[in-house]
Design a protein around this ligand. Sequence first.
Ligand code: SAM
Length: 241
Amino acid sequence: MYNLDQFYDDLDCLGLQASEKQISQFLQYYNLLTEWNSFMNLTAITEFYDVLKKHFIDSLSIVQVYPEIRTHNICLMDIGTGAGFPGIPLKIMFPQLQVVLLDSLLKRIHFLEEVLEKLDLPDIRLLHGRAEDYARQDLEREHYDLCVSRAVANLSTLAELCLPYVKVGGIFLSYKSEKVAAEAAMAKKAIKLLGGKIAEQKELYLPNSDIYRNLFLIKKIKRTPNQFPRKAGIPAKTPIG
Ligand code: SAM
């Protein structure tokens, strides 16, 4: 039986300590997720143990490749956030972050509005629409220190959706749950063309588990050419490669 001691222990393994307020926010988030999931499709993972480990701890595992997130005033974009992963757990754990959560499904944005209100989370903006479209707006393009994305697309498509948001010198971080050597090889051309460079690829297991994860850290080294991203739907249908 998974209890909160186990969650504290998992956090400790990542070098993190949560306050009572943060624990209460995680629990409220879990309650809202399961409540809304009973009438809309938010997640296939609903057991307490699984949500804490595979959604919350998984989202926070970024600290192992990007420790700056603990303390720096980072401007973070989460592309295809769905029910808020990884963006919401990151904002709960690191309240100094300025977070933007983007998703093309309006009902998920409505769920996130409720989460922000109930958890009293400031400095989060919600964007409803396609990543390809917002990336053309001056206010969003090359504005972010960090762009994250989990379970949205293959790495080549993701590079086209995410790198246009990242400032030169910033980071695009992709969460993967399987071995992706072939996918990474195919994405090399796209990453280079879009102004990125793979800086680190870390394979890891979530704390106290055999759950495998793969984090790709891509550094933005030059500006993304204006023709990218291509029109909505094209990056997924015809990935650069
Ligand atoms: N990141 C979340 C997670 O890890 O649980 C959600 C993953 S869900 C499988 C993929 C999400 O990406 C969906 O909510 C979908 O609406 C969104 N999505 C896919 N393509 C997108 C695009 N081009 N622009 C914006 N959102 C997109």
